[in-house]
Write a protein that binds this ligand. Structure first.
Ligand code: CTP
Length: 134
């Protein structure tokens, strides 16, 4: 059985998230998703997620192509997570191209093309825009 591992915040779930998770699963038989803790997201992106870690875990684990989720507590623990879950392949979006090549001694590393024109940050900005009527 080929195990795939990937990581992300997955806040305000959108089609780019579905696309990468579906393609990640297609690279193996079993998909494990590390979901950034609220504090880790704050340290990465300078804001607390809109959805809590419990909500994000519930949403991601409900997807048919996701087999297991866990909380990613620190970016520094990737090697540990890869070993703990016995992952054969690490999948990341190509916004991270080259950044995880150091794990190639542990497992395969694949960078998948991001879905254009959508991100959690953009959704937050669009929702915040006051409408013309306001
Ligand atoms: N992702 C993607 N296509 C997008 C947005 C995200 O493939 N349009 C991927 C990322 O490359 C990552 C995963 O989805 O592998 C989780 O990304 P995350 O950072 O949670 O989502 P973003 O929408 O990029 O969030 P933000 O705007 O807060 O950075």
């Amino acid at each position: 059985m080929k195990k795939v591992i990937t990581f992300g915040t997955f806040d305000i779930f959108h089609v780019g998230h579905v696309n990468i998770l579906e393609r990640a699963k297609a690279l193996g038989d079993y998909l494990v998703v590390g979901i950034s803790s609220d504090i880790l997201n704050f340290s990465k992106k300078g804001r607390m997620p809109v959805y809590s870690i419990q909500e994000r875990m519930r949403i991601i684990s409900a997807l048919k192509f996701v087999d297991e989720v866990f909380i990613e507590e620190s970016l520094e623990l990737k090697e540990q997570y890869i070993k703990d879950f016995d992952a054969d392949i690490l999948v990341m979006g190509d916004d991270w191209e080259g950044k995880f090549d150091q794990y190639k001694s542990l497992c395969e590393v694949a960078y998948l093309t991001r879905t254009p024109s959508i991100s959690t940050t953009e959704i937050i900005e669009v929702v915040r825009q006051p409408s013309d009527k306001d």
